[in-house]
Design a protein around this ligand. Structure first.
Ligand code: UDP
Length: 242
């Protein structure tokens, strides 16, 4: 069952159930992709049909942020919990290690994916990181050829939103039987280039507040009040329709 927040259908799964489902797909031999939108992206999708299609066309749609979970409660169809991409990706890597599965890392500035690969290899012996490449390429063909050589089971696509969602949608039939995960800034995090908020902020659902300390985030955060208003409009609209 998917839960509609501003026209994006989110899967009502907790973290473990989401990981179980993704793990079951590893042996499926079918290309698939998973997205982890936050409030800002769901709001952007209201006005961007291509982004909305890329999100709703995913095999799994997970709420990256607390804003989506709160909105789902206000709409009377509560999602269980947030499933941040930055936790989901490494969680799947841990499960892949036990099965000797192959992971390809795509995205972030030159050098970052390699550093993230080193960290994942250290933390998860058994995991095969079969390729790593930065996210500032001009044409897809090169990247797709590299992926074809590497034969990954899973690809972390970390090009930022909405680029990564559109990339996965566009290339779904060109990556072999891989499972792709759109994970935003996760490679930067794994490489230690950005730190996640301290645990106390995360527990209180205030990671966004911590991030505001970074001025480049201000423009993005400006979308949050608009997201809240749009959710109120959706609620009013649904009440009328009942
Ligand atoms: N990025 C990329 N190619 C691009 C644009 C961005 O690889 O053309 C990377 C960028 O270096 C960063 C990530 O995408 O590693 C986006 O991270 P951010 O934290 O901004 O994204 P979010 O998780 O908020 O979507």
């Amino acid at each position: 069952m998917r839960i509609d927040v501003l026209g994006v259908g989110f899967d009502a799964l907790d973290r473990d159930a989401a990981l179980d489902r993704a793990q079951a797909w590893l042996d499926g031999g079918t290309p698939r992709y998973i997205v982890t939108p936050n409030a800002e992206i769901a709001y952007a999708a209201l006005r961007d049909a291509a982004l909305r299609d890329a999100l709703n066309g995913a095999d799994m749609v997970l709420p990256d942020g607390i804003g989506i979970v709160k909105a789902s409660r206000q709409l009377g169809r509560p999602l269980r919990e947030r499933v941040p991409g930055a936790e989901f990706g490494p969680g799947l890597a841990a499960r892949m290690a036990a099965q000797g599965k192959r992971l390809y890392l795509l995205g972030a500035k030159p050098g970052v994916a390699e550093e993230a690969a080193d960290r994942l290899r250290r933390e998860h012996p058994g995991l095969v990181v079969c390729g790593a490449r930065d996210g500032y390429f001009q044409d897809d063909a090169d990247v797709l050829a590299d992926i074809a050589r590497a034969k990954p089971d899973v690809i972390f696509v970390c090009l930022g939103a909405p680029k990564q969602e559109l990339w996965m949608r566009r290339n779904l039939d060109s990556v072999g039987p891989a499972l792709m995960l759109g994970l935003g800034g996760t490679l930067d995090m794994l490489a230690g280039r950005v730190k996640r908020a301290p645990a106390v902020f995360r527990k209180l659902g205030l990671e966004w507040l911590y991030r505001l300390a970074h001025p480049s985030r201000w423009r993005r955060a400006a979308a949050l009040p608009r997201f809240v208003m749009a959710v109120r409009r959706q609620r009013r609209h649904e009440k009328k329709g009942r």
